[in-house]
Design a protein around this ligand. Structure first.
Ligand SMILES: C[S@@+](CC[C@H](N)C(=O)[O-])C[C@H]1O[C@@H](n2cnc3c(N)ncnc32)[C@H](O)[C@@H]1O
Length: 251
């Protein structure tokens, strides 16, 4: 299979999954999803990652299909102990194998909704019996590396338009979602020490962030000593976008 360039290396996937385990993402976004849509009897979870949201969305006894092109994430999905495991498919949404329709199709924080929303919607809609749900970045600020928002704009250098604004602007009025729910949450990363925190940023941005002392000064206000190292927190907002097959949500 040809891999889209956006598919992470395993180390980046492992870091992200560990951060989500420390964050309130599954609790807050999962709760909002369940309130907006009754739990899915069958769930097609595209770009499922470690499966936190899919697990939160699935009705007990439901059937869960996870599409995931990253090997580390597939290992987490298949190997999780003591919890529901999905059927795991190694694919990207751009080249899905033939799939049956599912009650709900979920795309949470995957590449596509911001830069190719019409194409992704065309893939999702025929596969959804009841609803398509996307989770899209909605905070004003950078959308690249998860902790980019800790840097001042002149250092991260990214466009700060909320991703959801770009998604909605790219969809014609008859393809806009039936419902939008915004949820605030906090992304949490743990670094062993100051040098590891610095390395995270220099790996992403190279030496444009200045020397070690300059970068330490930028990061210091954001790093809190906790058991096991230094914790960094980034405030996030996610927009849940829902398209329903009937034109109505369950609530
Ligand atoms: C930011 S993570 C989100 C994971 C999960 N949906 C969540 O909300 O926690 C993005 C996931 O999308 C996957 N991914 C990247 N490119 C993809 C593509 N073209 N098709 C499907 N999944 C993709 C990545 O491997 C990764 O697991």
């Amino acid at each position: 299979m040809t891999r889209p360039a956006a598919v992470w290396p395993d180390a980046a996937a492992a870091f992200y999954a560990a951060c989500l385990d420390r964050s309130d993402y599954a609790a807050t976004v999962g709760r909002a999803l369940r309130q907006a849509l009754a739990p899915a009897t069958t769930l097609l979870d595209i770009g499922a990652g470690s499966g936190l949201l899919g697990r939160a969305m699935l009705q007990p006894g439901g059937r869960w299909t996870a599409v995931e092109p990253n090997a580390h994430m597939r290992g987490r999905l298949a190997g999780a102990a003591g919890v529901v495991r999905p059927r795991v498919i190694d694919a990207a949404w751009e080249s899905l194998p033939q799939l049956a329709r599912h009650d709900v199709v979920l795309c949470a924080n995957i590449p596509g909704p911001i830069d190719r929303p019409r194409m992704l919607l065309q893939v999702c809609r025929p596969l959804a019996r009841r609803a398509v749900a996307w989770v899209v970045p909605a905070q004003p600020g950078p959308r690249g590396p998860c902790l980019a928002g800790l840097l001042p704009a002149h250092l991260h250098g990214e466009d700060e338009t909320p991703g959801v604004d770009l998604t909605l602007a790219a969809l014609p009025s008859d393809e806009r979602p039936d419902q939008r729910i915004d949820v605030d949450w906090t992304f949490r990363a743990l670094f062993a020490d100051q040098a590891a925190a610095r390395r995270y940023f220099t790996d992403q941005y190279g030496d444009r962030l200045g020397d070690d002392r300059a970068l330490d000064a930028v990061l210091a206000p954001h790093l809190k000593a906790v058991a096991g190292g230094l914790q960094a927190e980034a405030r996030k907002r996610s927009a849940i976008l829902i398209w329903t097959a009937s034109g109505e949500t369950d609530r």
